[in-house]
Design a protein. Structure first.
Length: 401
């Protein structure tokens, strides 16, 4: 959600969270009868759309990359992918070390039970999440390699249709889904029990963001042979703008200005990598989602996911982060399929992930945006070490930036 963060959506999610929680404290069983059924229907609609989102966004993204691929572009996308996967793995290992020591209540015997659904409507997806992912990858690669104009146009039109479905159907019902889910959590009594953990989760991932940024800039400095402090010292305005706007699109002009002021980056590489990174580099969002998923798994299901499950989740999450940047609602919405398909989250787990993710969304965006400067530095070292693609910023360039 961070790179394509929408401040209006975040406010609606937070409003749904707060209103739902407050209503849950005072609701009676008759009200909860309706709430449980409504939440189930909203969840069924969301999970029905997830495989369509996977095919509708990842396939056209691969087709576009295949058409416009160049050595630098492919390298830049690979750097973004490995940064995201690396952030996920860092978050995963940190989670295994830290989460078991958090005071997470997993016992439910003192909680109030939710009533049974008075009305049940099941809407099975057209195909499974993994089938959708493999279909998207194979069709995308096949269309790119064969240069099939007809299928390319079909999938581009499918992308438009799925974008409309996500924008007009999925995104509008998310606040209601989150609100109804938190209403159920408050009614059960689990919300007050877990509130301190929610705060701890947000603080821990923010610390993780800074550790990962330090690592990225360290690698950038080693690859380029240039001092990374001469980049990130200029990034404070972009970081603060991202925190305030929760939008990388709104932050992009500021990020470009900050990167242009660095004396160790060239104008050519800045104007290539920073806008591209604002689309495909989501290390902060991936780091956050991985840690949150592990914590929620222990909180709701009583156990952390196995190492093999988490490794698969991290690899796939990196693909979703790079391959589905156009999904309205961002990383969490794009990755709902693997959250349910790989980690086995139910509707309550998904709603909790969306809501808690929204609490730190601005900091995830800030990490993503600031990390773009490190990737730009890596590209400088790989392709512009001696000024082949343009000189570094001169004092006059910096003054005019």
């Amino acid at each position: 959600m961070a790179k394509t963060g929408n401040a209006s959506l975040i406010l609606k999610l937070l409003a749904g969270l707060i209103i739902g929680a407050l209503l849950g404290f005072v609701a009676n069983e008759s009200v909860m009868d309706v709430v449980v059924s409504a939440r189930h229907i909203f969840g069924q609609i969301i999970f029905f759309l997830v495989p369509l989102v996977i095919v509708g966004f990842i396939t056209p993204a691969i087709v576009r990359l295949g058409r416009n691929a160049s050595k630098i572009l492919v390298t830049a996308v690979c750097l973004a992918y490995f940064s995201s996967v690396g952030a996920a793995l860092f978050s995963m290992f940190s989670g295994y070390l830290i989460i078991p020591h958090l005071s997470i209540a997993t016992q439910t015997e003192n909680l109030r039970s939710l009533p049974e659904m008075v009305f049940r409507l099941d809407i099975p997806p057209l195909f499974s999440v993994m089938s959708a992912l493999i279909t998207a990858l194979f069709f995308g690669l096949g269309i790119a390699w064969t240069k099939s104009e007809t299928l390319s146009r079909i999938f581009m039109e499918l992308e438009r249709v799925v974008t409309w479905l996500v924008t007009r159907v999925l995104i509008p019902i998310l606040p209601f889904f989150v609100g109804l889910s938190f209403m159920g959590l408050a009614y059960e009594g689990s919300l007050t029990r877990h509130l301190p953990i929610f705060v701890s989760m947000v603080l821990l991932v923010i610390v993780g963001h800074f550790i990962w940024l330090a690592l990225l800039y360290g690698i950038g400095g080693a690859v380029s042979g240039r001092n990374p402090s001469r980049i990130f010292r200029y990034y404070a305005p972009a970081y603060l703008t991202a925190v305030g706007t929760m939008s990388s699109a709104a932050t992009l002009p500021v990020a470009l200005e900050c990167a242009r002021r660095s004396p160790v980056l060239s104008k050519t590489m800045v104007e290539f990598m920073v806008p591209l990174g604002a689309t495909v580099h989501l290390c902060g969002s991936v780091l956050t989602e991985t840690f949150f998923c592990m914590t929620i798994s222990l909180m709701l299901y009583g156990t952390l996911p196995s190492l093999g499950t988490m490794l698969l989740f991290c690899v796939l999450l990196g693909i979703f982060a790079v391959g589905a940047p156009g999904v309205p609602g961002g990383t969490v919405v794009a990755s709902l399929g693997i959250v349910t398909g790989v980690l086995g989250f139910d509707q309550t787990g998904v709603a909790l992930l969306i809501a808690i993710f929204a609490l730190q969304d601005s900091f995830g965006t800030a990490c993503n945006v600031t990390g773009d400067g490190a990737l730009t530095l890596m590209l400088e070292g790989l392709f512009n070490r001696h000024g082949e693609l343009g000189p570094l910023q001169s004092p006059q360039d910096m003054e005019n930036a």
